[in-house]
Design a protein around this ligand. Structure first.
Ligand code: NAD
Ligand code: 2HG
Length: 387
């Protein structure tokens, strides 16, 4: 029986991919084999010795201590692209909210008083305060052309906008998906100087922290609208609020409320709900549950952020999964132990990623505890299990 600890609400449709005759799933459970989570911050968590896999039902993994997991030989899986459409829709909503002054206009309407004739009169007198602008012909900059950024670019093109993108590491797959009408910027500064709207779709890492800051704001067009549906910290909120108050920035829409932002007239904050659609929650949960199950049962790895992609079909033998430091002579030492303990190798696959290597070996006969202990004792072996 595999034990799965859930640290956030995970869609039941996803959890149903883990048959209950073989999986015990609970929000409190001792000795879990795997953890499934969304935005729960794992950084201060004591990592159970039983843990074999972490599944993030979403895209961003900055809430997970990925380096520590790698040191322990534990793969972290995520769900690339599974919530991208949901975020794209909210970004488009955000552009429209800002362009048409929807939030203050809605507030105005909700606070109207008097009989309907009085309301009608106040509407006609008040609506001039909410005159907006249209999207066609305006220029959107998109920083980060991954699953979400590409969808945002293509949708903005379809709405008649000019679109400029920036991503020095765009993947071949995403480049194929990107509309050929999207222009490419040579740098973040080049993009920022040319756009009426800018939307961020990058992970929060050192290189992306405060990508928008006081210096960069100076070189942007007057009235620019900034959208951040990526992560808190990518935009320097204090600098943006100062620039709004100085009349430089026209609006800020983001998924990360704070005391500074939540009541500002020109800021719309939403409660981190970019991925909060039924479809996205189901897609993420299904993808990550399938990946974690495949790893637990067969050792195969798909969509991990720290492990190499590995797929080896099952043979008749017993499977051994070994995670080790990516240094010379590891494979030789592992196969020597197997040979010395009388195991013939049927099939073997070894892949590496950065400082980590991962090996699946199918052997004839049962692998006993002594053999496992000998492999575990090899310097550089981080984790070993039979399955
Ligand atoms: N608001 C939400 O609920 C929500 C939902 C999903 C994702 N997100 C956030 O959005 C981010 C992007 O999601 P995604 O699914 O598109 O991820 P993704 O991995 O498909 O795309 C990220 C892209 O950013 C690019 N990138 C990285 N560093 C960059 C840099 N310095 N400059 C320019 N580009 C850079 C990468 O090359 C990649 O193409 C996630 O990391 C997550 O933090 C938020
Ligand atoms: O799980 C969520 O609700 C947010 C997910 C989102 O931030 C992500 O990075 O995928």
């Amino acid at each position: 029986m595999y034990k799965i600890l859930t640290l956030n609400n995970i869609s039941v449709t996803g959890l149903d991919r883990l048959p209950r005759d073989n999986y015990e799933i609970a929000s409190e459970i001792t000795h879990p084999d795997a953890i499934l989570l969304r935005s729960y911050k794992m950084h201060d968590m004591e990592i159970p010795a039983s843990l074999k896999a972490v599944g993030r039902a979403g895209a961003g993994v900055n809430n997970i201590p990925v380096d520590r997991m790698s040191e322990l030989g534990i793969p972290v899986f995520n769900a690339p692209g599974a919530n991208a459409n949901a975020v794209k829709e909210l970004v488009l909503t955000g552009m429209l909210l800002a362009s048409r002054n929807i939030c203050p206009a809605w507030d105005f309407a909700r606070n109207l008083e008097g009989d309907d004739a009085a309301i009608s009169k106040a509407v006609e007198a008040g609506k001039k305060n909410f005159v907006g602008t249209e999207l066609p012909g305006r220029t959107l900059g998109v920083i980060g052309l991954g699953a979400i950024g590409v969808l945002v670019c293509n949708a903005a093109k379809a709405l008649g906008m000019n679109v400029i993108g920036y991503d020095p590491d765009i993947s071949v797959q995403r480049a194929w998906q990107l509309s050929s009408d999207v222009q490419s910027a040579s740098s973040v500064d080049d993009l920022l100087s040319r756009v009426d709207y800018v939307s961020f779709h990058v992970p929060l890492i050192d290189a992306t922290k405060h990508m928008i800051n006081a210096d960069r704001l100076k070189n942007m067009k007057d009235g620019v609208v900034i959208l951040n549906f990526a992560r808190n910290g990518i935009v320097d909120d204090e600098a943006v609020v100062k620039a709004i108050d100085a009349g430089k920035v026209g609006g800020y829409v983001c998924d990360f409320p704070s005391n500074l932002l939540k009541n500002h007239d020109k800021v719309v904050t939403l409660p981190h709900m970019g991925a909060s659609t039924r479809e996205a929650e189901e897609n993420c949960a299904i993808m990550v549950a399938d990946q974690v199950r495949e790893f637990l049962e067969n050792g195969n790895v798909h969509n991990s952020v720290n492990f190499p992609e590995v797929f080896m079909p099952r043979s008749d033998g017993q499977r051994l999964a070994v995670v080790n430091a990516n240094v010379p002579k590891m494979l030789g030492q592992i196969s020597t132990v197997l040979a010395d303990t009388g195991h013939n190798i049927i099939d073997m696959l070894n892949k590496s990623r950065g400082e980590l290597a991962y090996t699946l070996v199918d052997v004839e006969g049962e692998v006993d505890q002594d053999c496992l202990d000998q492999i575990r004792a090899i310097e550089g072996v981080l984790a070993v299990r039979t399955l």
